[in-house]
Design a protein around this ligand. Structure first.
Ligand code: NAP
Length: 288
């Protein structure tokens, strides 16, 4: 039985990973900063966290809390990153340095493999912003480390698309661009299954998306259909985004990073090999 350490277990993807690992009989250890979250329900229909074999309390940004965490571990999985958290930490602190702290432990304990969840966006984006830059720096360090790597680059998660559902419920969706940008978003359960089967790979970078390629306009249409409402989209011209982004950057690096990430995601097609069977229409219907 392989022994897996999961960092990010309390998040959207992490909950599906832990559930699938336990179902498949892996020895599962989780790193959490707030153990009370282990018993809290998920926010986006993601499953409750099952009983795991071992719980370690620690913060990835505090290396002293990670000492020997990878002893007797075969595979490390990390989906740790800043998404919605508002705890004052930066993308550099968490997405880069935090994962480096974990990687150092993985190296000193000589684990077999380190799987890291990156993003599926072009590596040559003109203005990648601090979130993607931090992740790219970590990926480079992981590839250069003495641990075998598996880097998974997923398209957008279903959980992120609930923002359209929330706006549609209020009768109006604000959308960057003309709505023709396409992507194949992926459900956490499908992505978790893909990640676990990919533990058999060695030193690979794997892009992955869901089973349907949709434009943002089509995704939003599904959101309005759930409420039997006529589609009402306010398109925000891409030309307006640059001055807004400068303004946001002036006040908050954190919001600038998230904003820049979403601009990049919504103005570039994000299409990866198709996998899984969950459809966004069914997910929207289930979540309301
Ligand atoms: N959302 C998307 O569409 C998308 C697409 C592609 C890739 N990704 C990437 O996929 C990854 C997972 O996304 P997600 O939606 O599952 O994120 P999420 O729900 O926000 O989960 C993030 C996890 O990281 C943990 N974490 C954050 N800071 C930590 C710290 N200092 N020490 C220890 N744990 C910490 C969180 O713990 P707490 O519960 O304690 O906060 C949580 O378990 C992210 O890196 C994201 O960038 C996301």
């Amino acid at each position: 039985m392989k022994r897996v350490l999961v960092a990010g277990a309390t998040g959207y993807l992490g909950r599906y990973i832990v559930t699938a690992l336990k179902n498949q009989g892996f020895y599962t250890k989780v790193l959490v900063r707030h153990p009370n979250k282990l018993t809290q329900p998920g926010k986006f229909l993601d499953p409750p966290i099952p009983n795991v074999d071992e719980v370690t309390i620690g913060d990835i940004t505090k290396p002293e809390t990670l000492k020997h965490i990878c002893n007797n571990i075969d595979y490390v999985f990390s989906s740790v990153g800043i998404t919605r958290q508002k705890d004052g930490l930066t993308f550099h602190n968490v997405d880069y340095q935090g994962n480096i702290n974990l990687l150092k432990e993985a190296e000193s304990s000589q684990v077999d493999k380190f799987m890291y969840i990156h993003v599926c966006l072009d590596d040559d984006l003109k203005e990648a912003g601090p979130l993607i830059e931090a992740k790219k720096r970590f990926v480079k360090a992981l590839i250069e480390s003495n641990v075998d790597h598996i880097i998974v680059r997923p398209t957008g998660y279903f959980s992120d698309l609930t923002q359209f559902l929330n706006m549609a419920k209020k009768g109006r969706v604000y959308l960057i661009g003309d709505g023709r940008t396409r992507m194949n978003p992926i459900h956490g359960e499908d992505l978790a299954r893909f990640c676990i089967q990919s533990f058999s790979e060695t030193n690979q970078i794997l892009e992955i998306g869901g089973p349907e390629i949709l434009t943002y306009e089509q995704i939003i249409q599904h959101a309005f259909d759930v409420f039997n409402q006529k589609k009402n989209i306010i398109h925000i011209p891409v030309g307006l985004l640059k001055p807004v982004s400068v303004g946001i950057g002036f006040f908050s690096k954190h919001h600038y990073g998230l904003y820049q990430f979403f601009i990049n995601a919504m103005t570039h097609d994000v299409i990866a090999p198709m996998y899984g069977n969950h459809k966004i229409k069914d997910y929207f219907n289930a979540i309301v």
